[in-house]
Design a protein. Structure first.
Length: 243
């Protein structure tokens, strides 16, 4: 027994005399740099729509800069009739705060450039990844006593590592009517799309697909009174880019 205690004493004494665990150099980066700034620019849709009547060109782009918790977010979306006019165009500048691992709460301003005259709105939005990997974006716009909004959802179904099928849905709504802009009260329209893209690289992916839009409710009634179609559908060819 004395031999065991003697061996234990010698071992603990030798361990205590060893140098402590070395401290890493001061210039080493932190293990989790969650405050380091990053940036992203993405054109989700840059497409030509072949449809009944005049063709259209559509863009949907966004960019952000910041860390994991706070970001400056810029968004722009619009549609231009080929050889005619830009029917829709807007630009948003938002502050985004991460409220969960998959969701950001956004607040800021929006300028609707088209249709004319331009209008300014306050924005409150949430954007993120819903269960089953649905990318969701829901925005509410405030202007005086007027409230309107937009909801988008899309899902990437990997057919192969490079070939992705993406169903998409979008709807717009308004709490009040604006006949001068062809907007009625309630749900304004529903847009459905199905796009098949091939990722040459993750950052570069051409695609083809189909797109269908229908005005509903009071907005559809306003369109009929102006002699406009309430439905649009066609084939789309486009490009998705990010870096």
């Amino acid at each position: 027994m004395k031999a065991v205690f003697a061996l234990f004493f010698v071992a603990t004494t030798a361990f205590a005399q060893q140098d402590p665990f070395p401290v890493p150099p001061k210039d080493w980066p932190k293990p989790v740099p969650d405050t380091a700034p990053f940036s992203l620019f993405r054109i989700d849709r840059l497409e030509h729509r072949f449809q009944k009547g005049a063709d259209a060109r559509v863009w949907d782009a966004e960019a952000w800069f910041g860390g994991d918790y706070n970001k400056l977010w810029l968004k722009s979306e619009g549609e231009r009739i080929v050889n005619q006019r830009t029917e829709k165009a807007d630009l948003q500048a938002l502050y985004a705060r991460r409220i969960s691992p998959y969701w950001h709460l956004q607040a800021g301003v929006r300028r609707e450039l088209r249709p004319s005259p331009a209008q300014d709105f306050g924005v409150l939005a949430i954007q993120g990844l819903a269960p089953y990997w649905f990318e969701v974006e829901a925005s509410t716009y405030f202007r005086g006593g007027e409230v309107s909004g937009q909801i988008e959802a899309e899902y990437d179904q990997l057919l192969t590592q490079r070939l992705i099928l993406q169903p998409r849905i979008e709807t717009n709504w308004s709490g009040s009517a604006d006949p001068s802009r062809g907007i009625g009260k309630g749900i304004n329209d529903v847009e459905l799309g199905l796009r098949l893209r091939y990722e040459i690289r993750r950052e570069l992916a051409p695609y083809i697909g189909i797109n269908w839009t229908r005005k509903v409710g009071d907005t559809a009634d306003l369109a009929r009174s102006r002699g406009e179609d309430v439905k649009e559908y066609g084939v789309v060819v486009g490009l998705r880019v990010w870096y």
